[in-house]
Ligand binder design. Structure first.
Ligand code: SF4
Length: 74
């Protein structure tokens, strides 16, 4: 199953990932950064396993992220 990785501490809260795929991304009211829905944190990197169906939208989010902190691992 593919994984999404996010270096959340470098997120600038532009909200583009949420606008592209709100199923998986949500802006936190607490710190203004986007959160990977269903993700868990491992050594500063948030990770979530996703179905293949979700890949295209998350790939769009990764491409749109201005600070390039979203990565997809197949
Ligand atoms: S697109 Fe990147 S920088 Fe913008 S909110 Fe999402 S993770 Fe953060």
């Amino acid at each position: 199953m593919p994984k999404i990785l996010q270096h959340r501490n470098r997120c600038i809260g532009c909200n583009l990932c949420y606008e592209i795929w709100p199923v998986r991304w949500r802006l936190s009211r607490t710190d203004g950064k986007c959160t990977l829905v269903g993700g868990i944190e491992k050594t500063g990197v948030w990770q979530a396993t996703v179905s293949a169906d979700e890949l295209p939208m998350n790939e769009q989010a990764a491409a749109a992220c201005p600070v390039k902190i979203i990565r997809i691992v197949r």
